[in-house]
Design a binder for this molecule. Structure first.
Ligand code: F6R
Length: 265
């Protein structure tokens, strides 16, 4: 199933994505949830925090995994994705510290072995049930830049010039690192369900390539086409270049009533 939900606004998309994650946690209290950083999922995380406050949505058994992290930032840098996850999500929820599995940007010598350990950790924990994803303007998924093997695993990756330029706008003046560590496309595809969010007109072209274009390592996000269970939540602008919108709207109206999802993940 590749389900494409098109919402009027990013706020509505964040709310509906939030209710999908919340419903899944209620069905599976020990959910293994993969997190993405960046601007796109902030609204979703805010919704989860609100649901925790208002409805006591319980995160005590939820286990969290992160998708990627920068290598080589100052240890106290605010730009670590680890900091982002604490700020936007973890610090506001009842997450057990032992359930936090956030990638660190390891020192040069330790990278290969820490990537292998991370893969092993995910496997030992039983795999990721639901992986939240954004999409880069160049089609990257995690930090799997164009040209990444569709079967890649967690590894060190050189950031592209365009990714560095986009990140530079939100990096508080600190130079953007050359390298990051990311789950591979093969790793991401092993998650049982992918929840990919994209909002705004600047994502329209790449969303169309990922969803309706040919499968290609040059658009790493097109690898979602190989996955049996994908939910995309797009606002009207990000969905703007899709040709099959009519069908997506019909399809999603079958599984949603208001903010309630009728979907077995
Ligand atoms: C973040 C990540 C990236 C972002 C992508 C979109 O953990 O892996 O792939 O999801 O760069 O970023 P935003 O949401 O800032 O447009």
């Amino acid at each position: 199933m590749m389900l494409v939900l098109i919402t009027e606004t990013s706020e509505e998309g964040s709310r509906k994505a939030g209710s999908l994650v919340a419903q899944t946690i209620m069905q599976t209290p020990a959910l293994r949830l993969g997190l993405a950083a960046g601007n796109t999922p902030i609204g979703l995380y805010r919704n989860l925090v609100d649901l925790h406050r208002t409805t006591h949505l319980d995160f005590s058994r939820v286990r969290l995994f992160s998708l990627d992290e920068f290598i080589g930032l100052r240890s106290d840098s605010p730009n670590h994705y680890r900091v982002f996850y604490h700020q936007h999500l973890i610090d506001h929820l009842n997450i057990e510290p032992a359930h936090l599995h956030l990638l660190s940007g390891p020192a040069e010598q330790g990278i290969a072995s820490s990537c292998v350990s991370y893969e092993r950790l995910i496997q030992n924990q039983g795999g990721i049930d639901l992986q939240i994803l954004g999409i880069g303007r160049n089609g990257h998924l995690g930090f799997n830049e164009p040209g990444s093997s569709l079967n890649s695993r967690t590894r060190r990756i050189l950031l592209s010039a365009s990714t560095k330029q986009n990140l530079g706008r939100v990096f508080y003046g600190e130079p953007v690192p050359e390298w990051a560590v990311t789950m591979g496309l093969g790793t991401i595809r092993e998650a049982r369900t992918l929840l990919l969010l994209a909002f705004g007109a600047h994502k329209a072209e790449v969303v169309a390539k990922a969803v309706e274009g040919p499968l290609s390592a040059f658009t790493p996000a097109s690898s979602i086409q190989l996955h049996p269970s994908v939910v995309l939540v797009l606002d009207r602008e990000a969905a703007g270049s899709l040709t099959n919108q009519e069908y997506y709207r019909q399809q999603s109206s079958q599984v949603m009533k208001g903010d309630q999802w009728f979907l077995e993940l």
